[in-house]
Structures are given as structure tokens and as C-alpha cells.
Design a protein around this ligand. Structure first.
Ligand SMILES: Cc1cc2nc3c(=O)[nH]c(=O)nc-3n(C[C@H](O)[C@H](O)[C@H](O)COP(=O)(O)OP(=O)(O)OC[C@H]3O[C@@H](n4cnc5c(N)ncnc54)[C@H](O)[C@@H]3O)c2cc1C
Length: 463
């Protein structure tokens, strides 16, 4: 690779201009890692070149050149991923689209046309400025459109509007050959041939580079409230979730959280969690077109909560208070991170969530470890943290992880509902997917990327 790096730098400079090709390690440090906990994050390779194109045409020329020279390309977004997906693990090119960050809002069609380097925060703001709403909210607003699509991100607000896949109506992509394709469009219906767009959503940078997307927006909901419901026990809280969803109310979010983790997150932010009356809590976000509609939903939920032994609810109405609650919830991960070994995102059918939690308690007890568990209860998607014990990584951590995965699969679930496979989950793929599925996926990878230059060594186990 050493010789190739020298050869390719000149070609890349000719494409994007000298100032956008970075070869000094000290100026690319933040591109060498994502948010995967330190213990697990794969190491970045030596001999890397960071390139920042400004247009799809430049991305196309970069990929064509890399493909001809058989140089690996690692597309990176906001590097907020949790599975080492964007880490450049082989010598090659780090491709950052951060300069491609324009967003245009098509108000008539309720869609945004966003370049892949725009951040989630930028998109939320652009929608709001146009009096519209982009509901998706995985915890870190620094994630970029390309990363959100490549990981099919979820987050707290998937109950009502779904995951990233539900928002994407069109994408512009560049294949490793440099060919540019537009898939989908500003359309609600499209049944023309195989759906390549949905194949690419969630493909974690292994099939193509996404340069632009057409994303569904929603009218701003006129009114919203956030409820914090304290329950007598976790079992009560989890039992209430399907009942709430069966009642006809469709909340924006239904999150299960424990007081210990909430207090840690609040402390981390120098704030205080406002409800201290019970360990097990549900955070429910409701939105609707009028105050009456939202309050009628609130009443229905309060009745169900009461029937399931909930204490007095906190009803947050002001925007500031609602944002504070979401901010504290979103920071549980960051607060736990220093002592964390791994964050799992096992997903099971929603009605098996309680069983999954009970089994995880048994595993924690058997190994004598603290396994904080919280997450997107309305989606059956749980975040289970594997933690250090007395500051050390327990020697039996792999056994704990495998036991949790086995329980999740036995309950009809999968090992990841949101974060994907990236680099760190590759060895576990065959626990969930049949050999035939994996071999079909390998064939698809070969068709898109015959020279294996795009994000090599990610998602699929080697033969
Ligand atoms: C505090 C915190 C909370 C989080 N909460 C959630 C959550 O609730 N739900 C959830 O789903 N995730 C969550 N995440 C994970 C993360 O934010 C998402 O996976 C996000 O979608 C990653 O986007 P990114 O731009 O940071 O991508 P990166 O981490 O930079 O990359 C992720 C993958 O996308 C590929 N990629 C990036 N850009 C492109 C492109 N233009 N073309 C092709 N491939 C590309 C990369 O190669 C890599 O494989 C959380 C992370 C943090 C730190």
C-alpha cells in the first residue's frame, strides 16, 4: 500500500484540490474512530489518506480512481456509530462528505433533499425553518444523512413514524466504478423493478457511497407533551406498553428507563432527573394536531398506567422541559461509557421484552455483574450495557454477550435492531442468519463491488 498511497495522493489532489487531501496523522485523528466503546473499537490502519470532496462528481472520480488502483475506501459520516463501521481498518482512503451538506426543503411534497454530509441537527432545523418536522431521533444529532441511511438508524421516535427506512424516498449513489445512480424520487409509491434503494439502506457503506437523499417530512404537530410514568415494578411498566399501543394512541416514543441510569445521565449533565418516586419508569412522548387530542391521549395512557400500578405522572408541557427530559435520556450512553465494555441492541417481539429483561437479570445474577438495561420499549428494542467490574473487563464477558444473544434469538429476536454489524459484530452474524442468506449477501456484495474496495472487512463474515 505504501507505494500506492504516494501514487494516489497526486490523483486525489487533482480531483478535490490539495487542501482537501490530508495525509498527516495528527489532522485525521477524529476520523480514525467512532463512538464504539474503547475496549471493543477496532484500531485504525496506518497509511491512510483523508479526502473531502465537494460534489458527487468528485466522489465519482475518487471511487473510479480507487477502484482502478484497488485501494480501499472507507466512507465516514458523523462517526457516531457504535460498531466500528466507519473505522478505516486497512490502509486506504477515508472519504468524508462533510463539505456536501446542503439541504433544500420541498414544502409542497413534504420532502427534504439533503446532501449526505448534512447532519441530523441540520435537517431537524431545516425542516423546522420550513414549518415542517423530521421526527427521527437517534441520540446524537451529529450523525450525518449518509450515516443515518447506511445504518438505517432508529432511535426514540420510531414508534409513530418508523426507522430511517420509512423516511427515505430517493437516494443518489456512486458505485465503486464511479457510476452515479438515482434511485427512487419524490414519490410515495414506486414499484418499478427490484428495490435497490432499500437494499442500500442499512448496507453500512459496503455497496456504494450515498451522496444525496430525498427524505419524507411531516407537518409540525401542533402540540406535544412528554409523560414520565413511575411504576411499582419493571414488570408493571413493561406490561403497560402493549396495552398503551393497543388503546389506539400512537405515541411518538415509548422508552423504558431505570432511575439509576437516569440519575447517572442527569449528573453527567449537571442536571436533576425530575421523577424520583420509583425505579422503573416509562417516558412517553405524545404529539397531535391540537391540545384536546393530546390531552385525550394523555388521559387514556394515565388510565392504563394506573391499572398497571403506576404512581403520579409528570407531564412536561413546555418545550424546554420536554427537551431536557429527552436530553437526559439520550445521555445515558455517554454517562455510562467510561465503565462500559459494550452496548448491545437486541430486539425481540414487543410482547417478549419482559421475558428478555428477566433473563438478563438472571444472567447478571449468575455472573455477579451490573447489566444496565433500558431502551425503546415500544419497538421491542433494548440497550443492554456490558460493564467493567472493579474497573476491569471481566474475563467471561464473551460468555455473557453470547448468553444474551442466545436468549434474544430464542425469544424470536435479532442481535441488532439499530446499530448494525459494522466490524465488531461480524463473528455473530451466523448466529442469526442462515448460511444461504449470508452467501446471497456475499454475491450481492460481489456484484456491487467486485474488487472489494468499499468498507472491506465490514458486515459480512469472510468465507
Ligand atoms: C449517544 C448516542 C446515541 C445513539 N443512539 C442511537 C439510537 O437511538 N438509534 C440508532 O439507530 N443509533 C444510535 N446511535 C448510533 C449512531 O448515531 C447511528 O448509527 C448513526 O446513524 C450513525 O451515523 P453517522 O453519520 O455518525 O455514521 P458513521 O458512524 O460515520 O458511519 C456509520 C456507517 O455508515 C457508513 N457511511 C457513513 N456515511 C456514508 C455514506 N455517505 N455513504 C455510504 N456509507 C456511509 C460508514 O461506512 C459506516 O459503516 C447512537 C450513537 C450515540 C453516540
Amino acid at each position: 500500500m505504501k507505494r500506492k498511497v504516494g501514487d494516489i495522493v497526486k490523483s486525489l489532489e487533482d480531483i478535490v484540490g490539495q487542501e482537501w487531501v490530508i495525509t498527516e496523522r495528527e489532522y485525521m485523528e477524529s476520523y480514525l474512530r467512532d463512538e464504539t466503546p474503547d475496549v471493543l473499537r477496532p484500531s485504525a490502519a496506518e497509511d491512510l489518506i483523508l479526502v473531502k470532496p465537494s460534489s458527487t462528481k468528485e466522489v465519482s472520480q475518487i471511487l473510479k480512481t480507487a477502484n482502478q488502483m484497488r485501494v480501499p475506501v472507507f466512507p465516514v459520516g458523523g462517526r457516531t456509530g457504535l460498531v466500528g463501521g466507519s473505522v478505516p481498518t486497512e490502509p486506504g482512503i477515508i472519504l468524508s462528505l462533510e463539505r456536501m451538506n446542503k439541504i433544500e426543503v420541498d414544502k409542497e411534497n413534504l420532502m427534504a433533499i439533503a446532501e449526505a454530509g448534512a447532519t441530523l441537527g441540520d435537517l431537524i432545523k431545516a425542516a423546522e425553518d420550513a414549518d415542517l418536522f423530521f421526527p427521527l431521533h437517534p441520540g446524537d444529532e451529529g450523525a450525518q444523512i449518509g450515516g443515518l441511511i447506511s445504518t438505517n438508524a432508529g432511535g426514540v421516535r420510531a414508534v409513530k413514524y418508523g426507522v430511517m427506512r420509512n423516511y427515505v424516498k430517493g437516494i443518489e449513489i456512486v458505485l465503486p466504478t464511479g457510476e452515479i445512480l438515482n434511485l427512487g424520487g419524490r414519490l410515495i409509491k414506486n414499484n418499478t423493478g427490484y428495490d435497490l434503494m432499500h437494499l442500500i439502506i442499512g448496507s453500512e457503506g459496503t455497496l456504494c457511497v450515498i451522496t444525496k437523499a430525498i427524505l419524507k417530512l411531516y407537518p409540525k404537530s401542533g402540540y406535544s407533551v412528554t409523560l414520565v410514568l413511575p411504576f411499582n415494578s419493571r414488570a408493571d411498566a413493561i406490561r403497560a406498553v402493549p396495552k398503551i399501543l393497543q388503546s389506539g394512541v400512537i405515541p411518538l416514543a415509548v422508552e423504558y428507563v431505570g432511575i439509576k441510569e437516569l440519575n447517572k445521565a442527569a449528573k453527567h449533565l449537571s442536571e436533576e432527573w425530575p421523577v424520583q418516586s420509583a425505579d422503573a419508569q416509562l417516558i412517553i412522548i405524545l404529539s397531535g394536531s391540537s391540545e384536546d387530542e393530546v390531552y385525550s391521549d394523555c388521559e387514556k395512557i394515565s388510565e392504563i398506567a394506573e391499572e398497571n400500578n403506576a404512581g403520579e405522572a409528570l407531564i412536561a408541557e413546555t418545550r424546554e422541559e420536554q427537551e431536557r427530559i429527552l436530553r437526559i435520556r439520550s445521555n445515558i450512553y455517554t454517562a455510562l461509557k467510561p465503565d462500559m465494555v459494550d452496548i448491545l441492541d437486541v430486539t425481540v417481539p414487543m410482547n417478549r421484552l419482559g421475558d428478555l429483561m428477566d433473563e438478563i437479570d438472571k444472567i447478571a445474577e449468575r455472573y455477579g455483574v451490573y447489566l444496565p438495561v433500558y431502551g425503546h420499549a415500544g419497538d421491542g428494542n433494548l440497550h443492554i450495557h456490558l460493564m467493567k467490574k472493579n474497573g476491569e473487563v471481566p474475563s467471561y464477558i464473551e460468555e455473557i454477550r453470547d448468553e444474551i444473544y442466545s436468549v434474544g434469538i430464542r425469544l424470536g429476536g435479532v442481535i441488532t435492531g439499530e446499530h448494525g454489524i459494522g466490524k465488531i459484530r461480524i463473528e455473530k452474524v451466523s448466529k442469526v442468519l442462515a448460511e444461504k442468506e449470508i452467501s446471497l449477501m456475499r454475491e450481492i456484495k460481489r456484484i456491487f463491488d467486485p474488487n472489494n474496495i468499499l468498507n472491506p472487512g465490514k458486515v459480512l463474515p469472510s468465507n
